[in-house]
Design a protein around this ligand. Structure first.
Ligand SMILES: *[C@@H]1O[C@H](CO)[C@@H](O)[C@H](O)[C@H]1NC(C)=O
Ligand SMILES: *[C@@H]1O[C@H](CO)[C@@H](O)[C@H](O)[C@H]1NC(C)=O
Ligand SMILES: *[C@@H]1O[C@H](CO)[C@@H](O)[C@H](O)[C@H]1NC(C)=O
Ligand SMILES: *[C@@H]1O[C@H](CO)[C@@H](O)[C@H](O)[C@H]1NC(C)=O
Ligand SMILES: *[C@@H]1O[C@H](CO)[C@@H](O)[C@H](O)[C@H]1NC(C)=O
Ligand SMILES: *[C@@H]1O[C@H](CO)[C@@H](O)[C@H](O)[C@H]1NC(C)=O
Ligand SMILES: *[C@@H]1O[C@H](CO)[C@@H](O)[C@H](O)[C@H]1NC(C)=O
Ligand SMILES: *[C@@H]1O[C@H](CO)[C@@H](O)[C@H](O)[C@H]1NC(C)=O
Ligand SMILES: *[C@@H]1O[C@H](CO)[C@@H](O)[C@H](O)[C@H]1NC(C)=O
Ligand SMILES: *[C@@H]1O[C@H](CO)[C@@H](O)[C@H](O)[C@H]1NC(C)=O
Ligand SMILES: *[C@@H]1O[C@H](CO)[C@@H](O)[C@H](O)[C@H]1NC(C)=O
Ligand SMILES: *[C@@H]1O[C@H](CO)[C@@H](O)[C@H](O)[C@H]1NC(C)=O
Length: 630
């Protein structure tokens, strides 16, 4: 997720860099004013009320209307920024736009109709000055006048059928074209179409349903700086000659395509402006990334380099190594090398060389320690640090809190970590998510941890050997959503340090040595979905306040010493799993469970319930497992 957000931020940066939007003023032309009103009607079809400033008053200058900018001298409209104009209530009403509505705007340079639930764009778009056309996040399945249409005509959409011959030479001035996140299908034409747009600098086809080979004529779009092909069905041999030809490329986005063969990074060695290269292969084992053969000295300084789950430099025993060209990079902001089977020692040098990193993710590899982060290292920009699922076998650096003072997310789970929980973690004042689960950490949670961090939402410390109170005495976490402290040696009562986290969704304290009664304040967590307190030594009854827990889907109190009867005000319509095995519950099987019609498993084994088997069991139509033994 994190890296997606970063990428999107980068698109925006690129767009701003490449365009430098103008704004204008002074009275507009009558002809364009009428065209705008017609356009407003189309955007509001059938009954929306967007664009209120576009009105009929003759005194109102349409150059000052929202989203409209005019040229200072000709007073013609040069830019229409209509991003997210159509009302969300109209999302499900199919609407198509007649592109001819834009023809009156003869000086139009920028047209942004992103995020308008647009399902068709038909007619002609002949605009000699148009430089930027954004159609992002709509529902388009084809755009015939750009040579983007289905191979057959079988699946064409009502209203967008009309194939147009509007020659693309009339859009020849386009510099930026984005179809990001639509439903465009079919293959790109091998001739013409997009290839006629010789001035294109930004081309985003990402997150559509394109398939087939990329047309080789794209090699001629030598001004391209941004090429986004991510999440499409493009197939065929990896288009090496394309990437070799497009020397001006800055951003290359290739996540989840179906190209086959070898993608050699050395092709890009002389692309001195390259800043972003991103590729992932979750569903494509046939694309192999090669970074070492041949080795190369890059002429670029990357800001973002992501490789996720691609076969890389396939060597012996499915193991690979950190790409050696990275030795020459010193400006990286985001680096992700995940699920790559990289072996060898932890690449401390990457951190030393790239002090402006904000995201460093090397999870799911075979990296071993030690960490060489000394107490004077400082990474002020680091927000995301993920070394999970590696056999690191080291201690958490004791000064981690001052090394990464602005961290938002720390994931060191499943990394064979030893030693204690560093007090300096309490210095990460911004920390949102901490996952140290599945390690060999021991000792107490230091008091400093509970004092410093106010924004913590996710806390996972399960499967360690931590002792003492589950949360430090005196801590006051107010934003927790997910807490998993299971399978440790924690003792004491259910910790009060979370009492003010009223949005809590999941609480797992199972398999510890907690004692005392279940506190009634747990009933204040109205959105609690998972409550797992099994395998402790909790006593007393289920508090009455549990009757507020209407969103529970999973309740496991097994293997404690809980007694009394089940409160008969319980109301858990979403409950799927109820596990009360090995406690001292008594009384009859609570009839309130009849309301939990989604129940899948009910385990009441080894208790003191006494009654007949209730008839209403028969109404639990989803029940799969029913255990009433003992
Ligand atoms: C138009 O005029 C405004 C104010 O006079 C100025 O700020 C702006 O830069 C001008 N725009 C262009 C495109 O000349
Ligand atoms: C617009 O029309 C739709 C059905 O066509 C209707 O459900 C909706 O309530 C209407 N909205 C307004 C603001 O009139
Ligand atoms: C699209 O708009 C143009 C100009 O207003 C008009 O001539 C044409 O008939 C329209 N096309 C359709 C299919 O409505
Ligand atoms: C498009 O051009 C082709 C060949 O030039 C022609 O046969 C066809 O009728 C044209 N289609 C339209 C809709 O004008
Ligand atoms: C690229 O452009 C040149 C001349 O502009 C042309 O001869 C060549 O066929 C084009 N290549 C492709 C693959 O379209
Ligand atoms: C990059 O440029 C160097 C020097 O000009 C040249 O020797 C090398 O072959 C080029 N590499 C690629 C992949 O084009
Ligand atoms: C990593 O290695 C495992 C076997 O150890 C193999 O199944 C897997 O495909 C490899 N992953 C990659 C991305 O090479
Ligand atoms: C990165 O670190 C390695 C190992 O310390 C060093 O050899 C290399 O010169 C450094 N690269 C840069 C660009 O600083
Ligand atoms: C700690 O790291 C800094 C910066 O990487 C380095 O200059 C310094 O020599 C290191 N100190 C020790 C004691 O290793
Ligand atoms: C857990 O820690 C305790 C000391 O707190 C120690 O006695 C025990 O051996 C540790 N268990 C494991 C499995 O490391
Ligand atoms: C915990 O924090 C909340 C919100 O900041 C505050 O209202 C409350 O008084 C604090 N409780 C304690 C015991 O410090
Ligand atoms: C439940 O157990 C507690 C001791 O753990 C005891 O004081 C209490 O009387 C018991 N309640 C019932 C109803 O048996």
């Amino acid at each position: 997720m994190g890296c997606l957000v970063i990428e999107q931020v980068w698109w925006v940066v690129v767009i701003i860099m490449l365009l430098g939007l103008n704004d204008g003023s002074k009275a507009c032309l009558e002809e364009e004013r009428e065209a705008l009103l017609k356009l407003k009607e189309a955007f509001n079809h059938p009954n929306g009320s967007s664009l209120p400033s576009w009105n009929n008053l003759t005194s109102s200058d349409c150059c000052s209307w929202e989203g409209v900018s005019c040229d200072n001298s000709t007073h013609r409209v040069i830019s229409l920024l209509l991003d997210y104009v159509r009302a969300q209530e109209l999302e499900d009403i199919n609407w198509s736009l007649n592109a001819s509505y834009f023809l009156p705007f003869r000086q139009l340079q920028t047209l942004d109709i992103s995020r308008n639930y647009l399902s068709g764009l038909f007619g002609e778009l002949r605009l000699d000055n148009l430089q930027t056309l954004y159609l992002e996040e709509n529902k388009l399945t084809e755009v015939p006048f750009l040579g983007v249409s289905h191979s057959g005509n079988s699946k064409t959409l009502e209203g967008s059928l009309q194939q147009s011959n509007a020659s693309l030479t009339s859009l020849a001035s386009l510099r930026a074209l984005s179809f990001y996140k639509n439903s465009l299908e079919g293959s790109l034409p091998q001739q013409g179409g997009l290839c006629n747009l010789k001035n294109l600098r930004v081309l985003s086809l990402g997150r559509n349903k394109f398939e087939g080979h990329l047309p080789s004529c794209l090699n001629n779009l030598t001004s391209l700086r941004v090429l986004d092909l991510q999440y499409n069905g493009f197939e065929g041999p990896f288009p090496s000659s394309l990437f070799h030809s497009l020397k001006s490329l800055r951003f290359i986005s290739l996540e989840e395509t179906y190209f086959t063969g070898i993608a050699s990074l050395s092709l890009l060695a002389n692309h001195s402006n390259l800043q972003l290269f991103s590729i992932s292969c979750y569903n494509n084992p046939n694309l192999k990334l090669e970074t070492e053969n041949p080795q190369f000295i890059p002429s670029f300084q990357l800001m973002i380099f992501n490789v996720i789950k691609c076969t890389m430099n396939e060597g012996r025993n499915n193991k690979s190594s950190v790409p050696s060209f990275l030795l020459h990079q010193r400006d990286l902001r985001a680096l992700q090398l995940a699920y790559l089977n990289i072996s060898g020692s932890f690449p401390n040098w990457l951190l030393k060389n790239n002090t402006k990193l904000d995201s460093f993710k090397v999870g799911h590899n075979f990296l071993t320690g030690p960490f060489e982060l000394n107490s004077t290292s400082r990474f002020m920009d680091m927000q995301y640090f993920d070394v999970s699922y590696n056999p690191i076998n080291d201690e958490i650096p004791p000064h981690v809190g001052s090394i990464f003072p602005n961290l938002l997310s720390l994931n060191m789970s499943s990394s064979s970590l030893q030693g204690g929980f560093p007090a300096s973690l309490g210095d990460m004042k911004q920390l949102n998510s901490l996952d140290l689960s599945n390690n060999n950490l021991s000792g107490y949670l230091p008091q400093e941890f509970g004092k410093g961090i106010n924004d913590l939402r996710i806390l996972k410390l399960s499967n360690n050997n931590l002792t003492g109170p589950c949360l430090p005495v005196g801590s006051n976490f107010t934003h927790l959503l997910i807490v998993d402290l299971s399978s440790n040696n924690f003792t004491g009562k259910v910790p009060e340090g979370m009492i003010n986290s009223l949005e809590l969704r999941m609480l797992d304290l199972s398999t510890n040595q907690l004692y005392g009664e279940i506190p009634s304040w747990i009933g204040n967590f109205k959105h609690l979905g998972y409550l797992i307190l099994s395998q402790n030594s909790l006593t007393g009854p289920i508090p009455k306040s549990f009757c507020n827990l209407a969103e529970l889907t999973y309740l496991d109190l097994s293997q404690n010493k809980i007694n009394g009867t089940m409160p008969n005000c319980l109301n858990m319509p979403s409950l799927r799993y109820l596990h009360l095995r090995s406690n001292h519950f008594m009384g009859s099987i609570p009839s309130v469970l009849a309301k939990s019609s989604l129940l899948l498993t009910l385990d009441l084994t080894t208790n003191k319930f006494s009654s007949q088997i209730p008839r209403w069991f028969g109404s639990l139509l989803n029940l799969r497992v029913l255990l009433l033994k003992d």
